[in-house]
Design a protein around this ligand. Structure first.
Ligand code: NDP
Length: 325
């Protein structure tokens, strides 16, 4: 028997509770993992609150990521005792996920925990941190160097934004935090922001081109904020767009792209190829230490995770929730 959060649906709507399950309930898959830690991501908030159609079949164990140890396997790449992590692949949406003491998945979806990284450290980073790394890698691949100028990070106090600030600082970039939480300026500077600005300014529509301000942007917010940020990127700069916390739309013009050669990169963590995932996790292991992660993480148990997730999509929290399953 093991404990898991289970989302179900009946005539009255969606329910969500911690339940005791039997191993025989686990879905098909060739590797079974004893999960040590999972985490709460924006998407888990939407799934548990039922505020967006994230869950594709019921009953569903939510949790888009986890880390732990292989306890049964038919896949020679993942022997019993191997320590692994997983992000995405529809886990927690179409396939039972990580807010559970046990998971059974395809071996194709697993990544080995980098040497020296614990399951707890991996999930303090979680899908949010891995996505932040993918965004930073896109800007690096574009050729942006610290001397090219400031990088803007939107949704800065959230999971992706806060880890993006840490990573950029470690790599020598000057990163500016855009936030809706004026009271978090000291925290944002502490984790790596060179400067902090209120998002209100970018929630207003911009002209097609505004003053060239940013060498690059990591955007977690979408909508008017992303459109406004694109209009403020310098010639030949780049924007890595990963989120929609502020909206799904993009009310932009083509001016930044055709008159300033700005490049807009889309970042997807869910179906990202294995080689890029592994590269991201190796860099994360090198760049982030325990002290960085502790500053940003609150550890909670499975029983507290439902209430925490329900508050997540309101955007009022700061940093990351680590879930001890
Ligand atoms: P969080 O909920 O931790 O953070 C989101 C942040 O966005 C908030 O803390 C807040 O920051 C800001 N925000 C919230 N509501 C609004 C709003 N209405 N308008 C403008 N800003 C707002 O989420 P994550 O950091 O985990 O994820 C950020 C985004 O990235 C989400 O949309 C998520 O779905 C997406 N994502 C995408 C992935 C991918 O593969 N592409 C993977 C992981 C996440 P502040 O108050 O500081 O402005």
């Amino acid at each position: 028997m093991f404990r898991a959060i289970v989302i179900d649906k009946n005539a009255d709507g969606q329910t969500c509770a911690v339940r005791e399950l039997d191993d025989s309930a686990l879905p098909a898959g060739d590797v079974t993992i004893a999960i040590e830690y999972s985490t709460l991501n924006y998407k888990d908030g939407l799934a548990i609150a039922g505020s967006a159609p994230v869950v594709r079949s019921f009953p569903m164990v939510p949790g888009i990521d986890f880390a732990g140890e292989v306890i049964a396997s038919e896949d020679p790449r993942w022997p019993v005792g191997k320590r692994v992590l997983l992000n995405g692949w529809g886990v927690g949406e179409r396939h039972w996920g990580g807010l559970s003491a046990r998971a059974r998945v395809s071996g194709d979806w697993l990544v080995a925990l980098p040497d020296g990284m614990s399951a707890r450290q991996a999930m303090a980073i979680g899908t949010a941190g891995y996505t932040a790394m993918l965004c930073v890698m896109a800007l690096q691949k574009h050729g942006l160097k610290p001397e090219d100028g400031d990088i803007l990070v939107t949704g800065a106090s959230g999971g992706v934004g806060s880890i993006a600030l840490m990573l950029l600082k470690k790599l020598g970039y000057s990163a500016w935090a855009m936030t809706g939480k004026a009271g978090e300026e000291a925290y944002l500077r502490e984790i790596g922001a060179a400067g902090v600005m209120d998002r209100v300014e970018y929630q207003k529509a911009s002209r097609p081109l505004e003053r060239e301000r940013w060498a690059g942007v990591i955007d977690c917010v979408g909508g008017t904020v992303l459109a406004h940020a694109c209009a403020c990127v310098r010639y030949d700069g780049a924007v890595a767009a990963c989120g929609l916390a502020g909206g799904m739309d993009l009310p932009a013009t083509v001016a930044p792209f055709i008159l300033r050669g700005v490049t807009l990169y889309g970042i997807d963590s869910v179906m990202c190829p294995l080689s890029r995932r592994e590269a991201a996790w190796q860099q994360l292991a090198t760049l982030l230490g325990t002290a960085d992660l502790e500053a940003n993480t609150r550890e909670i148990g499975l029983d507290e995770a439902i209430a925490a997730a329900q508050g997540l999509s309101a955007g009022q929290h700061v940093g990351r929730f680590l879930v001890r399953v």
